[in-house]
Every structure is written in C-alpha cells, then in structure tokens.
Write a protein of this length. Sequence first.
Lengths: 311, 311
Amino acid sequence: MNKLLIVGTVAYDAIESPFGKTDKILGGAATYIGLSASFFKVQSAIVSVIGEDFEQEHIDLLKSRNIDLTGLETVKGGKTFFWSGRYHNDLNSRDTLVTELNVLADFNPIVPEHFKDADVVMLGNLHPIVQSGVLDQMTVKPKLVVLDTMNFWMDCALPELLDVMKRVDVITINDEEARQLSGEYSLVKAAAKIHTMGPQYVVIKKGEHGALLFNNKQVFFAPALPLEDVFDPTGAGDTFAGGFAGYIAQSENVSFENMKNGIIYGSNMASFCVEKFGTERMASLRKEEVLERLQQFRALTQFDIALEEEE
Amino acid sequence: MNKLLIVGTVAYDAIESPFGKTDKILGGAATYIGLSASFFKVQSAIVSVIGEDFEQEHIDLLKSRNIDLTGLETVKGGKTFFWSGRYHNDLNSRDTLVTELNVLADFNPIVPEHFKDADVVMLGNLHPIVQSGVLDQMTVKPKLVVLDTMNFWMDCALPELLDVMKRVDVITINDEEARQLSGEYSLVKAAAKIHTMGPQYVVIKKGEHGALLFNNKQVFFAPALPLEDVFDPTGAGDTFAGGFAGYIAQSENVSFENMKNGIIYGSNMASFCVEKFGTERMASLRKEEVLERLQQFRALTQFDIALEEEE
C-alpha cells in the first residue's frame, strides 16, 4: 500500500452557524485530511501536535481509521490549538472569534522514520516554514507533494510561502486566495501566474461553486454537489484535499487525467463533510455512500452530445 | 426544419464596464436569443417592437441569420427601448442608469400566422402579461415552452408571473431570482418549490459559476467556461437561453438527457457572448468555433473513473 504523509493542525473548534452552535469539537486540517484520505487504500500518517487536553476518544477515532500517529506529538502540560468562528447567513464568509495557537506556537514537526519515503506528501495549512521543514526530512523524493495554504500566510509569511511553493507539485487554494497571491482577478490568469511560482498543478477551490484544476493550458472542473442543506463548511477544503491526495496516493498515477478523478473525489468527500457539524459526518461515513455519491457526480456532469449533431 | 418562436425585447443598450464604455449598441433579450439560436438548424422568428430610430444594419444582421422578422413591429415616430447600465469591478453586479421603455410601453405582441404552430416557444424576459399573450395566440400546442424572467417582475407583477409560469415547461432564472421567487436559500430547495409553481424543468443560471438543470430529483450542471477575460456580461443569460432553446428545437427531443446537452450548448454560446461588448462577438461568431468550444466543454467536465477502482 502506498504511503501518504499528512502534515497539518489537529485542533479543537467551536463553531457558530445559522444552523446552530457547537462546544469544543474535534477539528484541524490534518484531522479532516486524514479522515477523508482514510476512504482510500493508503497507509497514512499524521504529523502534528496536541496538548494534554486532547481526548482519548479522538485519538481512538483517528487510530480506528488506520492513521499512523507516531508523528503526533503530545506536549506535556500543553493545550491543543483552538479556533472559534462564526459563519454568516450565506455560509460563504465567516468571522474568526478566537485563535489560541497554544502548542502550535512552538511546533517542530518530526517525520517518523517509516514515512520519510512517503509516496505522497499532503502539506495541510500551517506556517510555510513548518511545511518546508517536513519536506527537508524526506529521504526519498515523493511522487507528489500537495500544498494547501491560506491568505493568512500570504499576509504574514509571503517569502516563506513562496519558498515552499517552489518545492511542491500541486497547490490547493481558494478563489480569493488565488486572486490575492497572483494579483489577477481572472482565475485563468491567476492560475497561470501561480504556475510560474512553482506548482505544476493549481487547484482553485470555489466552495459551493466547485473546484478548478489547471495544468498550463489544460483545465478541468469539478462541481460541488448541490445539497438541500449545508450545515457547516468547516473542514470542507481540507476534506477536499484529503480526498484528492488519498485518491492519487491509492492510484499511483500523477497524470493530469487522473488528477481529474482526484478532484472529483475531493468534491465527493467534501460534499459529506458539510452535511453535519465538524467531523461528525466524516466519522459516520461509509465507503458505500462515497461510491453511491460518485454515481451522483457522474449524473451531475456527464453528457453525451452525439457526433453527428456537431456536423 | 423546426420552428422556434422568440419573444423578447429588441433594444439599444449603453454599457459601462471596467473594460470600457459603449455608445448605443444593439441589445435586447430577443436579439441575443435570436443570434444564439441561429447557430442551430431551426427556423426562428422574433416577436418584438422597435422604433423608427432602429437602424437598418441591425435589421440586416438579424435577417442575415435567417430570423423571420414578420412579427417585429415598427412603431411610427416611436423610439426603441433603451437601457443603460454600469457594471461593478467584479462584473457580477450592475447598476441600471437609465431605462426608457419607449415603444415597449404599449407593446401588443402579434404572432405571425406561420409561427402559431412553432415547435418551441422561447419567452424572453418581458412583462408576464405579454408572455401569456403570446401563448394565447398559439394554435398548436408547442412541444416546449421556455420562460425567462427576472426579479423586476417578481416585484411588480408577481400574480401575472405566477400565471404564465403555470403554462410553461422550462423556466430559466438566475440564482438570486430563484431564491427570491421561492423564499429558499438552498438552490435545491428553491428548484423544488419552483417546480410546484408549474415548470417541470428549472434552470438556475449562476453566471460565471455555471448553470443547474433540475427535474424533480434529477440534477445536471453545466459549468461556465473559465475565460481569461470577461468584457461584458450583458446578454449572457439570453444567449444561454437562445443556445438551449435553439438546440432543443433542432434536436426535437425534450427529454431530460437531451436538456443536459441543451444547457451545455447554452453555456457554450454564453461563453462567447461575454468576450466582447454587446452583440459584437455573437455577430462575428462562426459555427466551427462553437464546435471547437464544445470539445473544450468536454475536456472541462468529462472524467473516467474506472469501475475496478470503486470496489
């Protein structure tokens, strides 16, 4: 089985949305990526940091998905990274209410020996220096390195972000971040500019409006599944990235054609994530549901215009 | 050849966008619909009204596309409907600067005798009473009636709009209008509610984010083609509707499967419309370009996830 190395936050979140409010619940980029990737035949590991307050049931959840936690450091007397946010009525924007870095402030990632030859590395949203630090430890060049980041690092650590971007194959960012990073409003132009910064493949996530995959002049689009209700978008982007990275790691194929499938699977997984608060839906999800939804994605997007009609 | 009857405005527009400004240029829903539908093998006719100021070159343009203008009334001494608007920087919203109804104020549509048996009727955006008045004149029940409308009529003529909605098969509206009409934020729920108002098929246009086609539990999505530059979105929705109606009229097939192709063609045509100001791009467009772009839509959306990977 291929190895997928996941780096990112493991956190507690408190979320308010028009549909309700949660106390501290399990969250974090690496958590969502790991849960999502666990639906594929991969051997995955999380490199992250938690405090002593991190609950055993959440460790157990990740372990039950066969995620290697050797690289999950517990800081004695420390507190787990905490984020709290409130979504606006349209769920497309949110205010951050609280960010407590806690143990994340001094995080020094250690890649376990047996994952230094991982086939795919998924660098979840974190300080770009931490992301680079993980790549430094790889003893075998990965077949694919995927980077997720956010506007915060563009504001506060742009040189470091540009450094790590030169070392990755795929970047996944949202539309507003792509515009900020490139200075281009058109996403086609934005992707072209981001290519020149390093990544050969640029994935632009547009939330409820789907995701675009660019590779030079080639472009592919995966829609979001139209849903009756979206309860909580938290983690949807990470779940998307986890589905993408998990599928690519499983299929051992880093062609553009196969990446198309990867972003379809990413959208597929993300469509579940938003159905309940936090990781709740991902924790209860079964593989059969994923395959059933793949058929829905087919029905949603596949058409057949006969050739003779084109003449 | 099948007959397509088009009702809507024929107008002059003055447009300001971040990319420039136009004097009075040709516009109007029926104009865009007619130009778009002319790329399909259909015999189409426009029912509309113009003033004496309407220029011969614009009559000639429509005639050159084999559009029957018997139903295009010229009001002696009258002035053509005029609209002026300014787009915001993101091109997703606009302010109306001027609306001069002129000859449209007293428009009484007369369907030409030889189009009272049209196969497809495309009711472009107009007062719902005018739209109903056109349906009243049909002597043979059309195979398909498509209705386009806008928020203005929901505000000012809702009972009349609800009346005409009961008489149509397909409604095309944008996302905000679907939300307003249904009172539902979720587009899935909005479409379900709009179904109960009459139309069996609901097409929700999301501009640069594509279009959704709903038929009860079935849903299909056509993305917008990612473009380097969008110059002017004016007429894109009408061009979409014209591509849809033109394709359906040509193919004589009103199944859901074929309507999928219809909205792909709608998106295809609209992707050209926005490339230049007003009708400029549609006037210079060649059929080969449409077919070439169909391949781009295929590449953009079609994927092939092998069955064995699903097990």
